[in-house]
Design a protein around this ligand. Structure first.
Ligand code: MOS
Length: 696
């Protein structure tokens, strides 16, 4: 039946609308009588608001209201604590939104916000993560529901007995999600019903959270997210913008548009927690691992626990008889950290894949070969065979394409004038999961088909991929298929997160299309519209628990200026095994994007927190550096043909996150190979390199 749409490189369906500016984002819809909200952040870290003086703000031209805890509509308690906004005078972190100014124009709202006077009583605060912090504790589980600690064998004994050992502590700073489109919402109340256009990774979950906070039945709320300008995890959940806009719109009884500013994205919408990670590896002299331990420390806020799964990557990546992983959290007076592209796996892989490089150096074995020797056919964590594991094939294919053979392992061996040149490698893996979703397929009398599902396209190309999947499932050319996504009035579906989108949504789309095919074959009069729906809740729930992962191998070549310590990326290359690839164009952009973000993590990004103010001081794109095109001289992503029948009907593993996993380690390992200097706290900046004796 397949028409071969899956696997073909189609451009994004909405591409023309996006490049001509007609694709509408959350605050771009024309709305009669719309007003503008500007969020006011707390200027203190911890304390209580003692007085809010709105006099000057209200006197400013165009200002309609200053909404704050003293006059805001009430929210139901029991929702996400960080979204219980404008309800109480307490301040839990700097930047917490404490008021919204509503005005007839954006400029008037902004000026009004400047004129709101707020007095606070403040108390002492603590905002810096340290190993021995008194607020350190052991969480009950880690995101999303992994055990906090694991142990097999006897790590201490195994480690002590081994002839080769690595014991290294790696640190990563706070990283901030910076989607092109900020968190933004247009909210409208009509006859007790709430309509929001929101920039989110999942309209269905946003509707559920709004229903909880505003004590409404979900049917009274509609959330539309037709186009979303990126998220990376920060929009995986309802965020402040949608709550503030809905509160403000109810207060002024007019539609309200509210977009967070770029500066306001640095904290209140979630960020990647800083980490402190101690990794200990022990091996025999051939490089076969005998003991692995990964102890991770990260932070959470005082109002909500977010426990990132930093060491989980290490549980399944390489085999060893003696293994242990632990997670500890520190409660700080900070905004709650949250998802950022491969939360857990990304920083965890940086530490483990760096330690593997240190082990390779210590033993004198090639780092590709070291990983091949420690490959696992059976998941060391679940003790079941992986449904497919092509890590070794990725390493081999990557080494071939990268021209790795013949590499001199000696650090500082290659030089070109002032430039020291080095190469590095890292492994990569990410779980392949699917979540329950539902979809409806309709056959029209004119021979066309409509497929409806509340999937979200956050820029990934999901809309196009599902259109291809639907065409093949219906057995018709894709030109005859229309696809509707991004609206909570459509059949409910999982959010775009955890690299689960294509797997989850295509599952429901295929089942709906198959059901429709069954009805059509049963003989329906050609002049009638016919629909069929599917809900994969049971099927997904009944799927056997098996270790399902995508894999990759990341290679990087850097050059480092021996005099200044400047690091430049010559080239980067990744080979991935991620099941079936639906659309090579959009798949490549996900992988290259992930790798670029990993490069950015290795060399550029860093949230610099000033304990005096309890906040990041570099909260804009001028001072928070993100890798730009000029920082990437060559970056290539490839994939293997991989078939895995234990996944989902489309056979996909998902590739939104695998591209970032291991990327930072590959770059860091290349810097070590170039210079002989091992920087264990990211980002690798020139001041850290020129301070190192090896470079002198
Ligand atoms: Mo991704 S961090 O799961 O949205």
């Amino acid at each position: 039946m397949s028409t071969g749409a899956v696997g073909r490189a189609y451009p994004r369906l909405e591409g023309p609308e996006k490049v001509t500016g007609t694709a509408r984002y959350a605050v771009e819809y024309p709305v009669d009588g719309v007003t503008y909200g500007w969020a006011v952040p707390s200027a203190v870290v911890r304390g209580r608001i003692t007085r809010i003086d709105s006099t000057e703000a209200m006197a400013s031209p165009g200002v309609l209201a200053v909404v704050h805890h003293g006059n805001a509509p009430r929210l139901a308690a029991g929702g996400p604590p960080e979204l219980w906004l404008l309800q109480e005078p307490a301040v839990h972190y700097r930047g917490q939104f404490v008021a919204v100014v509503v005005a007839i124009s954006l400029e008037a709202a902004r000026e009004g916000a400047r004129l709101v006077r707020i007095d606070y009583d403040t108390g002492p605060h603590s905002t810096v993560l340290t190993t021995d912090h008194p607020g350190r504790y052991r969480p009950e589980h880690v995101n999303p529901s992994y055990p906090t600690d694991t142990a097999e064998g006897d790590f201490d004994a195994g480690y002590a007995a081994a002839p080769v050992r690595v014991d290294a502590t790696y640190r990563t700073p706070a990283y901030h999600n910076n989607p092109m489109e900020p968190h933004a919402t247009t909210a409208q109340w009509r006859d007790g019903r709430l309509l929001v256009h929101d920039s989110t990774q999942g309209a269905s979950p946003v509707r559920a959270t709004l229903a909880e906070l505003f004590a409404l039945p979900p049917e009274a709320i509609r959330v539309i997210a037709a186009h979303v300008g990126g998220g990376f995890g920060s929009k995986g959940y309802a965020k402040a913008s949608v709550v503030l806009a809905a509160l403000a719109a109810r207060h002024v009884d007019r539609p309200v548009r509210l977009a967070l500013t770029r500066q306001q994205l640095f904290g209140p919408v979630g960020y990647r927690t800083p980490t402190i990670q101690r990794v200990r590896l022990a091996a025999d002299t051939d490089g076969r691992l005998t003991a692995i331990c990964h102890d991770a420390i990260s932070q959470t806020s005082t109002i909500r626990e977010f426990a990132e799964q930093t060491a989980v990557y290490t549980r399944s990546m390489y085999a060893a008889p003696h293994r242990r992983t632990t997670h500890r959290l520190v409660r700080l007076d900070v905004p709650t950290p949250f998802w950022m592209r491969a939360p857990g796996e990304c920083p965890g892989a940086y530490a483990l894949e760096s330690a593997m490089d240190e082990l390779a150096t210590a033993i004198g074995v090639d780092p590709v070969e070291l990983r091949v020797r420690n490959d696992a056919r059976v998941d060391p964590d679940q003790e079941r065979q992986f449904t497919s594991r092509n890590l070794v094939a990725c390493l081999r294919e990557g080494a071939r394409r990268f021209d790795w053979a013949g590499r001199d392992p000696t650090p500082r061996a290659r030089r070109d004038g002032r430039w020291l040149i080095g190469t590095g490698v890292a492994g990569s893996s990410y779980p392949a999961r699917a979540r329950a979703s539902s979809a409806t397929a309709t056959a029209r009398p004119d021979g066309g088909f409509l497929v409806r599902i509340n999937a979200t396209d956050i820029g990934t190309g999901a809309r196009t991929a599902l259109w291809q999947v639907a065409a093949d499932a219906l057995g018709v050319p894709p030109e005859r298929v229309e696809i509707h996504i991004g609206d909570s009035d459509l059949p409910a579906a999982a959010l775009a997160g955890g690299s689960t989108g294509t797997a989850s949504w295509s599952w429901a789309v295929i089942r709906a299309c198959q059901a429709l095919g069954g009805k059509l074959r049963a003989g329906v009069p050609p002049d009638r519209e016919v629909s069929a729906s599917a809900d994969t809740t049971d099927e997904v729930g009944e799927q056997p628990v098996l270790p399902r992962y995508a894999y990759g191998a990341q290679f990087a070549e850097v050059r480092v200026d021996a005099d200044t310590g400047e690091v430049r990326l010559n080239r980067m290359l990744g080979v991935f095994a991620a099941g079936r690839v639906v659309n090579p164009t959009t798949a490549r952009s996900q992988l290259v994007g992930g790798m670029t973000m990993g490069l950015s993590m290795a060399l550029h990004e860093e949230g610099l927190l000033d304990e005096r103010y309890g906040d990041w001081v570099n909260h804009d794109l001028a001072t928070y550096h993100i890798t730009g095109c000029a920082d990437v001289e060559s970056i290539e992503a490839y994939w293997l043909d991989e078939r895995d029948d234990e996944l989902n009907p489309a056979g996909v593993k998902g590739l939104g996150e695998i591209g970032i996993v291991g990327a930072a380690a590959a770059v860091a390992n290349a810097v070590h190979h170039a210079t002989g200097v091992r920087i264990r706290d990211l980002p690798i900046r020139l001041d850290k390199l020129i301070g190192a004796s090896e470079l002198a």
